[in-house]
Structure formats: C-alpha cells, structure tokens
Design a protein around this ligand. Structure first.
Ligand code: ADP
Length: 519
C-alpha cells in the first residue's frame, strides 16, 4: 500500500492538485449532474402525468355537459311527461313543453315512429336523444328525452332545439364548479385540484367560454366534445398557480441552484486543495530547510576551524599562505554572518518586529559597501564583476542596512548559481521617481514557472545545479519582504542556461516630502 502513496508524494504539484480535485470534486460534480437529470426526469414525468390528467378531465367536461343538458331537459319536460302519462294528445304535450323552455326554443314532440332519425346517448342510465332539425330550418341541434304513456310504453320524445354555444357559455362555470366536483369519478372533483383553467372553443378555434385564466404556456392539447356538443373542443390547462406549472417553472431554478452548488463546491475544493498542497509543500520545505541550514552552518564552521588550526599549529610555509587562510576565515565568517542575519531578519520580519528606518540613502554607498564585503568571495571564486552606475543618481528613500542586505543576498545567489561563466553585473538606473538596482549573472537561470515561486519562504528550485547547491530558501523571500516594506518591488528576468537579472525597484527620496521614519 505504500507504493501508491509514495507515487502521489513524488508527483509534481500540479498533478497532485489535479488528482485531489479529481478525487474530491469530480464525484460531487457527477452527483450534481445525476441530481439535475433526475430533477428533469421527475419534471417531465409530472408534466406528462398532468397532461394525461388534463386530457381525462376534458372528456369529463363533455360528459358533465351532457349530464347538465339532460338534467335541464328533464326538469323542463316534467309537465309534458304528466300530459303523456294522462294519455294526452301530441298538441297538448307540445303545449306543456312550451311552458318550461328557458334555455331552449321551439318545443317539439317527436312521435315514436319518427324517433329513428335521432341519435341516442346514455348518460348515467338516462337516455338523451339528439339530432338535426328534422325540418332543416334551424342550424341548431335538437335534444329530447323519452316520454312514456299511461302504460309505461314509449310514446315519443319531447324536447327542443338548443344553441350549444349559448348553452356552453351559460353553463360552463356551473358545470365545472358544481357538476364536475360533485362527480367522484373525476379524480376527487376538478375543484379539488383548483388552479385548473377550462376553456371551450368552437370549430373555428374561437373561445366560447372559460373558467379561470390559463397559464403562460398552456398545453396545446384539446379534447373534442361529442354528442349534441360535437364540433366544440375543450382544453383543460394548468393556471400559473397549478402544481404542474410551478413544477416546470421551478425545475429550471432547481437545476440552476444545483449548478451553483456544484460550482461553489468545486471552487471550495479547489481552494482548499491548493491550500492543503501548499501546506504540505511548506512542511516539506521546512524539513529540507532544517537539513539545508545545518549543512550551511556546518560547512563554514568546519572550514574556519581547519584554517584556525592550521595557523595555530604553524602549518603554513609562507606569509602569503597564512594570509590565504586568514582570508578563508574572513570569507567563511562573512558567509556565516550573512546566513545568521538572514535567519534573524526573517524571524523578525515574520513576527512583525523588524523596523525599517527609511531615510535618504546614496545608492553609491549601498553598492560600494556591499561590494566591499563581498569582494573577497568574488575574487576567491574567480568572478569578474562590473558596476554600471551613473555618476548622479537621486537619493533613495530607504533603510541603508536593509538595502545592503538585499544586494548582498542577490550577489550571493549570483555566485552560488553560476557555473563556467562567472560574470556579475550591478546596474543602477533611474526613472520617473524610481531607482532600480539590478544584479545580473550568466548562471543557470530559472525556468519561467519557478520565477514567482522562488520569492516564497523556503522555496527552492529542486532541479539541475540548484539541487547540489545548499541553501535555506530564505534569501529572496527576505529581499522581497524588505523591498515591499520600502514600497518598492523586485522583478526577475531569467532564461534557463543563460542567466538571471534580479532588479530592486525603489522610490527615490523627495526632499522635504518626508522625514526619516520607521515602517
Ligand atoms: P537559497 O539560495 O538559499 O536557496 P533564495 O531564496 O535566495 O534561497 O533563492 C531561492 C531559489 O531561487 C534558489 O534555491 C534558486 O533555485 C533560485 N535562485 C535564486 N537566485 C538565483 C540566480 N541568480 N540564478 C538561478 N537561480 C536562482
């Protein structure tokens, strides 16, 4: 089991990040996609179900109209039936029919022999007779119910011509609100679901009547009415407040919310994974810092000890040789001091205790003092160095000691990370109120992807020559922090194999604008 863990540990940072994001965020995104698909499926199911229900209710509306028609006919036909039962003649029946015809026109009695031309519809065990006007005078259909004589035999049908359009317009609200809801077959009654709009259209598509306003996107489903209402069509559609309409409206919101949630999750995972990877790297960097720093401290101490012993025991042949040992002691103790200073400064800056005293500083002084203390090292390592600094440079607004420290760190790196081409340049330029101090070398250079990272604490490029050069990874982090405290910045330009230029850009001193102060 150790193998995969090791393989992950040895992976580059970007791979680790991708792996962690893959392991944590992708399942979350996959779940979000599944949730969105399920929501869509459910919404589509609800929509289909509600469309089927609407269709069913449309059929119910037709049936309820027929029922209403027959009820009204029955109510109106009562006196005529009495006449028929008493054995009255056809004109008496017609007269009786005339007394109760509010919705209907022209009472008509159809003797049993002429009933063959009428269509018959059974509505809840009642017989509804209907057909065209036998005389062809009226465009409206004829509707009637059966009349029985004294012996109980059918003697004919009594009824009226009626206007279906007017009948629908007059009765739709009543049919929908009372008759349908009273009918247990209509799924508990249309009124129990509320929020449903019922519309009736004629053959040309003109609306005849409606109950409630349809929703913004009514379904295009119509049910044809039959029997005496043939030619009319019913549409039952959800209003905007109906559960089906709400479901389809909220599905978009729900999917958007799922997407946002997935996005937030992905972002949070990315940020926390980056943070974790950074922390892991920091821990690794700190542990390599300890081993590096130990080496950094031990080497000069060992060299100094050896040189001191050599001089002490008089193991040198000439004065020149003794001076060489003394130079070694000085060089190594400078190195040691720089390292210790770096560590102390770093600790102070980290804890916010480092105070910079900004005042007018002559850049010539900074450079010459830094070079003075570094000359030995440059000479011993065989470096050729050159300073390119205009004679008149404005004063800097800086802390002279801290700035020297920065230049020394850059020089130290230029020496450490150079191979055969041992050339160091110090270039000073001035522009728009800023003064730049650049240290360039012809050393190993830095890959573009590492150029930002090297300014982080403990960061080192673990490849090529750098691998063999020991260091604490604190120098550039310190330089960066110090220069920032000066309200300046550090820039790096480097090509691997060609060399690097580190440039400190600092504000120039403006006379009278500011007095020396601590920051
Ligand atoms: P250290 O030198 O102690 O490792 P620094 O913070 O000074 O720490 O530098 C960080 C890293 O930046 C170095 O480990 C090295 O990889 C890279 N670096 C710094 N200066 C140079 C340079 N002049 N040329 C090439 N690489 C450099």
């Amino acid at each position: 089991m150790a193998f995969p863990f090791l393989a992950v540990r040895q992976m580059p940072r970007t791979h680790k990040l991708a792996l962690l994001i893959g392991a944590v965020a992708l399942p979350a995104v996959a779940l979000a996609i599944v949730a969105a698909l399920l929501t869509l499926r459910v919404a589509r199911g609800v929509e289909a179900e509600s469309a089927r229900y609407d269709q069913y209710l449309s059929a119910m509306v037709t049936e309820a109209f027929e029922q209403e028609l027959i009820t009204q006919l029955r109510d109106a036909v009562v006196p005529a039936e009495g006449v028929a039962r008493d054995g009255g003649a056809a004109p008496d029946v017609v007269r009786a029919l005339a007394s109760r015809s509010r919705q209907f026109e022209a009472p008509h009695f159809v003797p049993v022999d002429d009933m063959a031309g009428l269509s018959v519809l059974m509505v809840e065990s009642q017989m509804l007779l209907y057909g065209d006007d036998p005389t062809g005078e009226r465009a409206h259909p004829f509707a009637a119910v059966v009349l029985r004589g004294p012996t109980g035999d059918v003697v004919g049908a009594g009824g009226w011509w009626f206007n279906p359009r007017a009948f629908i317009a007059a009765n739709l609200a009543n049919v929908v609100r009372n008759r349908l809801s009273a009918n247990p077959r209509t799924y508990g009654g249309i009124e129990s679901t509320r929020h449903l709009c019922v519309q009736v259209f004629d053959g040309e598509g003109h609306e005849v009547a409606r109950v409630r306003e349809p929703g913004r996107t009514p379904t295009g489903r119509f049910a044809d009415m039959t029997g005496p209402f043939e030619g009319f069509r019913v549409r039952v559609a959800p209003t905007d407040l109906a559960p089906a309409a709400l479901a389809s409206r909220f599905v978009a919101v729900q999917i958007a919310l799922i997407a946002i949630l997935a996005g937030v999750l992905l972002g949070a995972t990315f940020i926390s994974v980056r943070y974790i990877v950074r922390q892991i790297e920091l821990v690794q960097a700190k542990s390599s810092f300890v081993s590096n720093i130990t080496h950094e401290l031990k080497t000069p101490i060992a060299v100094i000890k050896l040189a001191v012993e050599t001089i002490e025991m008089g193991r040198f042949r000439t004065d020149g040789e003794r001076d060489k040992y003394l130079r070694t002691i000085q060089r190594e103790s400078d190195k040691l001091a720089r390292l210790v200073n770096n560590i102390l400064d770093f600790a102070r800056l980290e804890s916010g205790q480092q105070a910079l005293r900004l005042g007018p500083v002559d850049v010539h002084d900074v450079i010459s003092t830094a070079l003075e203390s570094f000359r030995l090292r440059l000479e011993d390592e065989g470096f050729e160095w050159r300073v390119d600094c205009p004679e008149r440079v404005p004063l800097l607004k800086a802390d002279a000691l801290a700035l020297q420290h920065c230049v020394l760190n850059l020089l130290d790196n230029a020496v450490k990370y150079s191979r055969e081409r041992k050339e160091v340049r110090l270039i000073v330029r001035q522009r728009d109120g800023w003064v730049s101090i650049a240290v360039s070398d012809r050393g190993i250079g830095i890959a573009a992807e590492d150029q930002k990272r090297i300014f982080e604490k403990f960061a080192r490029v673990e490849a090529g020559l750098v691998h063999t050069v020991k260091g604490a990874g604190l120098g550039l982090s310190l330089v960066d922090q110090i220069v920032r405290a000066h309200h300046g910045r550090v820039e790096v330009a480097s090509t691997p194999g060609e060399g690097s230029i580190f440039t400190l850009i600092l504000p120039q001193w403006v006379e009278g604008q500011d007095s020396p102060r601590d920051v």
